[in-house]
Design a protein around this ligand. Structure first.
Ligand code: GRF
Length: 205
């Protein structure tokens, strides 16, 4: 499976994907890393590995349709079969979702549907979990559709929280889970072990 990775930041989930590929836990090749930020750490990681790394931002194009055409051209040029959003902070255009239906995944740092949707990204998620007094948090891998954080859930893992936890410690616990479960879900995608039933999906482990 030729995988595109979309990232906006440091790229720790991208690194976890590369480790899984190197270890033989993920039968895929990352053929493209795309970021809306020219200074994204994920682009540096890609370049160091000789993986094509492109900056593709709406701001660099004259219109939405030119941006979509540009993004689709990168995906086609690098023969991408699937897209893994890994700390990607932008909305995926509906035309790209349609072109890669049920082949775009995202890792969300909470147990969706809780603590998801607009504004629920990065540290904001952990601050909201902390403020809620929830006894568990965790990470969710889901398929991407036209709405933020709404597509069918593929895999989740919970972490227990305690009275000493802070938003930062919650973030650290959840990030460890993200790095563990994302490659597992991507391997299921690579091996065609995902059953989709409407808004629900299950991985055949
Ligand atoms: C992670 O918490 C991830 O869940 C969210 O973006 C954050 C940064 O990801 N989607 P990364 O370290 O850049 O992979």
């Amino acid at each position: 499976m030729n995988l595109a990775v979309f990232a906006s930041g440091r790229g720790s989930n991208f690194q976890a994907i590369l480790r899984a590929i190197d270890d033989g836990r993920l039968s895929a090749r990352v053929t493209l890393v795309l970021s809306n930020r020219s200074d994204a750490g994920a682009l540096e990681i890609a370049r160091a590995r000789g993986i094509p790394a492109v900056h593709c931002s709406r701001k660099s194009f004259g219109s939405d349709s030119e941006f979509v055409t540009g993004m689709l051209a990168h995906l086609t040029d690098h023969r991408c079969d699937a897209i893994a959003l890994a700390g990607y902070m932008k909305h995926v255009p509906a035309e790209v979702v349609a072109a890669y239906r049920n082949r775009i995944t995202n890792i969300h740092p909470a147990l969706l549907p809780a603590f998801g949707g607009a504004g629920m990204y990065g540290h904001h998620v952990h601050e909201a979990v902390y403020a809620s007094g929830a006894k568990f948090s965790g990470a969710t891998v889901h398929l991407v559709d036209e709405e933020y954080d709404r597509g069918p859930i593929l895999l989740q893992e919970a972490v227990a929280l305690d009275a000493e936890d802070t938003p930062d410690s919650i973030a650290a616990k959840v990030l460890t889970v993200e790095h563990r479960i994302y490659p597992i879900a991507l391997q299921a995608l690579a091996e065609g072990r995902i059953d989709i039933q409407g808004q629900r999906a299950w991985i055949r482990l």
